[in-house]
Design a protein around this ligand. Structure first.
Ligand SMILES: [Zn+2]
Ligand SMILES: [Zn+2]
Length: 649
């Protein structure tokens, strides 16, 4: 991974917290130099959740050194030195570097080698500046906070190794990580949140609650949902189906693969090729009908021979030969559903009366994420996406976009997501025809309408210029779980480029052909990421409607009459589609309860002889304890009502 230097534009956009954290990295370097004056520094940027500084030092820094380094950092903060910016000429900067004065407390015998290299790579038209705090001078374009004392609270967190500029041909450095906040309380809250997040880690709970697994033979990044996890996926899908049906969506089904030509048309190839699985090559049907290029007979041949690498090589070279001689046809696993949906739009003549047309599908997509970036259910290679494409006239755009947002807000309410942010990314008129498709009128129109909808609906949003997609403005939706961790849930995009490249048309009132606008939207994101989010959000304690096991019936003792009573309740619940189970083991009731609690079963019916005689059940709810005996009919009705309303607990 190459680590690019931040552009001036990116620097100007640094948030207050990023300035503070970047300033903390200068203080970190100052402290390290007080202890080890020979330290050589490379880059020290703010990163998500903190900052780091890369240092070259014979002493191996370990967490045991953190107390000492932090004590020096505290002194520097207490001294409240101003961060002073000094502009210098390139020659002056090089001279200071040669004297070892950059990222240093004074002149040194050894030159500041990494800083010299960085200077060489600064574009010649860019001004060079230094920042000084106390004795410490660093080559830096800023920005910084005013004084070291503005760094309210900080903590060193970790040390790792990293290659200079991320290139393994370069020397290996020590990367010291820390985090910083404006106040002590924010810092404490952050670490408390991390502690809680550890307990709620979706990978850990996913295993313990038997929700999903990965398997090396299936492949990295390809999760498989166990029955208990599949239940959650199906409940989410049911929710989406009902919600979308009520909102006038129509469901479609499309294949998992498509020919290369489809993705050339959509522009995914070549622009998105790196994120797609490599193609499957088939002999073109026109050349040799329906004979796949992998040639099953070659594999049969291989089976007949003793398995050796020579035999394998022979087969492979035969396959290569065939490949070179025959015209091939390539298929790709789909990385997005849009092209298929556009084809469905185009498959029938459309008139303005058919619009808006809303095509929905829980579409399966496959994306080749780098193996280093795979992470539990959050970064995967197979995705089930709550996808839909809405086709409309420009006049219909505002109402459609508003309805999509309403859907988001309703989902947030349902899942108890109180904190969210919509990042509205717009285009830069100066970059039309390069970074952004050259449709000035459509850009202006859709951005204005989008802005209006966001303003009028009181949605929490920020506008980010120059970050739109190539083909239209977009909205990234971020949500915070109950413990305050941030997740990117979904993206909404307005698209006026793909409808054009697919030749989509509708007949307008005046009988002319017009280009529809398309909205891509996926409020529930993908099953994978959304379920990962929900596991953390609920700490595995799902509300009844989402619970993999909604009711478990536990009998006190194994009297045959009692078991019969329990089974009649079971079949009654299951007849109403309640996910109920029965624990018929010979264990003591406490053991049965403990097991059910461990699996976070939502409701337990604890049944003894007295309950049976009264046609009642004793209700116990996970996390709430014993709620007492209730008539069996009443308890069942409450459960059905809670599921139907998708209650929060
Ligand atoms: Zn700096
Ligand atoms: Zn799409």
């Amino acid at each position: 991974m190459s680590e690019e230097r931040k552009t001036l534009e990116q620097r100007a956009q640094m948030t207050d917290l990023e300035r503070l954290r970047h300033s903390a990295s200068h203080v970190l370097a100052t402290a390290i130099l007080k202890i080890w004056p020979e330290a050589q520094f490379a880059a020290g940027p703010p990163v998500e959740n903190g900052f780091y500084y890369d240092v070259d030092l014979p002493h191996r820094i370990s967490p045991d050194d953190f107390d000492q380094i932090e004590a020096e950092m505290k002194k520097e903060i207490k001294a409240n030195h101003p961060f002073e910016k000094v502009e210098v000429s390139r020659d002056e900067a090089l001279e200071l570097g040669k004297q070892g004065r950059l990222a240093a407390l004074g002149e040194r015998h050894e030159p500041s080698k990494f800083k010299l290299d960085i200077i060489e790579n600064i574009p010649s038209d860019e001004k060079i500046s230094l920042y000084r705090n106390g004795e410490f001078i660093d080559l830096c374009a800023g920005p910084h906070v005013m004084r070291t004392g503005n760094i309210g609270a900080f903590k060193l967190t970790n040390v790792a190794s990293a290659y200079y500029k991320g290139d393994e041909k370069n020397p290996q450095l020590q990367r010291v990580y820390g985090t910083a906040f404006k106040t002590r309380k924010e810092l404490d809250d952050y670490f408390a949140m991390l502690e809680e997040a550890k307990k709620r880690d979706h990978r850990k709970l996913g295993r313990e609650l038997e929700l999903f697994v990965f398997d090396d033979d299936v492949g990295p990044g390809l999760p498989m949902f166990l029955p208990r996890g599949a239940v959650i996926a199906e409940e989410l899908e049911k929710l989406a189906k009902e919600t979308e049906f009520a909102a006038g969506y129509q469901r479609v089904l499309t294949p998992h693969i498509a020919r290369e030509s489809l993705y050339l048309k959509s522009g995914h190839l070549p622009y998105y090729a790196e994120s797609m699985f490599p193609p499957m090559e088939l002999v073109a049907e026109s050349a040799e009908p329906s004979r796949p290029l992998h040639r099953p007979e070659l594999f049969r041949e291989l089976l007949e021979k003793p398995l050796s690498s020579a035999a394998l090589d022979e087969i492979l070279s035969k396959a290569d030969k065939i490949r070179s001689e025959l015209p091939t046809d390539r298929y790709y696993l789909k990385a997005m559903n849009c092209p298929h949906h556009h084809k469905l739009f185009a498959s029938l003549p459309r008139s303005y009366r058919d619009l808006p047309l809303r095509l929905a599908e829980y579409g399966t997509c496959y994306r080749y994420e780098k193996s280093g970036e795979l992470f539990g259910l959050m970064r995967v290679r197979s995705l089930h996406m709550n996808d839909a494409h809405l086709y409309m006239t420009p006049e219909q755009f505002e109402a459609e976009f508003n309805a999509v947002n309403e859907m988001y807000l309703n989902y947030f309410k349902l899942f108890g997501i109180d904190r969210y942010l919509m990042r509205f990314s717009t285009h830069d008129p100066a970059k039309l025809g390069q970074k952004f498709v050259d449709e000035p009128a459509l850009w202006q129109q859709t951005e204005e309408m989008t802005r209006n909808v966001l303003k009028n609906s009181g949605i929490n949003y920020v506008e980010v210029p120059n970050e739109a997609a190539f083909y239209g403005p977009k909205i990234d939706v971020q949500a915070w779980s109950v413990i305050g961790r941030e997740f990117s849930i979904a993206t909404n995009q307005v698209d006026f480029a793909q409808p054009r490249s697919f030749g989509l048309r509708y007949k307008d009132r005046d009988n002319t052909d017009k280009l529809p606008i398309c909205i891509h939207r996926a409020p529930l994101g993908t099953h994978e990421r959304f379920i990962g989010f929900l596991i953390e959000h609920y700490a595995g304690n799902f509300p009844l409607w989402l619970s993999p096991e909604q009711v478990r019936i536990l009998t006190i003792g194994d009297d045959s009459k009692l078991l019969e009573y329990a089974r009649s309740i079971l079949s009654e619940l299951r007849a109403h589609q309640v996910r109920a189970e029965i624990d018929e083991s010979a264990d003591k009731i406490n053991g049965k309860i403990q097991r059910a609690e461990q699996m976070k079963v939502h409701t337990m019916y604890v049944i003894g002889k007295r309950d049976m005689e009264a046609d009642a059940v004793s209700v116990r709810v996970h996390g709430k304890g014993n709620l007492g005996a209730k008539p069996r009919g009443e308890a069942g009705a409450e459960i059905l009502q809670s599921i139907k309303e998708r209650r929060a607990n």
